[in-house]
Design a protein around this ligand. Sequence first.
Ligand SMILES: Cc1ncc(COP(=O)(O)O)c(C=O)c1O
Length: 400
Amino acid sequence: MSKDTDAWRSRFVLPANQVYLDGNSLGALPKGVMERVQQVIAVEWGTDLIQSWNKHGWIDLPARVGAKIARLIGAMPQEVVAADSTSLNLFKVLLAALKLQPERKVIVSEIGNFPTDLYIAEGINQLLGGEYELRFIESNQLAAAIDESVAVVMLTQVDYRTGALLDMQAITALARSVGALTIWDLSHSAGVIPLSLSAWGVDFAIGCGYKFLCGGPGAPAFLYVAERHHLSAQPALSGWMGHAEPFAFVPNYTPSQDIRRLTVGTPNVIALSALDTALEVFAGIEMADIRAHSLVLTTRFIELMQPLAQTHDLTLVTPLAAHQRGSQVSYASQHGYPMMRAIIEAGVVGDFRAPDIMRFGFAALYLSLADIDEAVRRIALVLERGIWREERFAGRNAVT
Ligand SMILES: Cc1ncc(COP(=O)(O)O)c(C=O)c1O
């Protein structure tokens, strides 16, 4: 590990004797978050109470946190806001995008997209009378599926199961060439892949705050709207926080003139404060350096795992070509669930996604090459001794 990455890692509280390879599900705890939350509760809430909306800038938290995320995804500060959940943000931006081109009636997505994205599109289609074609296809059919009938191309850049990375710049350019709008789900990209949303002409984006952004369980999500849509994107969830003058208390809705029109209700101050401090782990670090370290980690993991994968019938489903993968490595195995449970018990924490995928996520800010070596050493013990065959690893937990 170089000097720099040691410094990155020192910004986190990490559990002892564990290699945590699930930062793609829930990021580790950044130092300072506990103290910030304590301060918000004890002082801002406990003492200053309602005055804190002004005195401690609670009201501006969605925009302030959004601006920090904007730097990580190549957007302008005023193009991003932190609020609600990823699912809810997708609902908001998908409806707004469809309303921008009502004559087009096709939504394109990948059949393997994260299910909430597909479910939200299905629900919106029902809400709009079922008049849309939901063109959910394999990723190798995307180019053929994106034509002049398409209203919105809605994709997740990094596949949550395989870790395969879509060429966001090229697909966005293709969509633009036929007049389709793009919505990118950056849940597995933000904080680990360098992005240039504004420069690439992306229309809308959304993503989780609790994965590589390390905002904590259920952290607020973010949404990005290109500035050119700020006055035309119609908020379907027309709540008072999206109003031009929330504190005028007038009976009729007039949307704010900026991205706040896609916010809805009172911000979740404690969770936003945690995310705000968590994002300090990125201070002074370039996304290109994070990406470079991430690829060193995933490449080493794949190489070291190769003989084990061969012997124990694990199929690498993540692309071997570095530029085609995000920051996770996944293997398919019919015994994936008990294997992963046994591996977790051995102190290497990954997770499992149905039907048969073992996922290992690599948060480059807090993992070293020594971690990779140790992880593979422990995985080898579990596989070679057949520990995963023990009865107690067979049953399923509620959360896999
Ligand atoms: C790609 C992707 N999109 C959306 C979600 C769901 O986000 P939320 O449950 O915060 O709405 C997830 C959750 O893991 C995800 O991986």
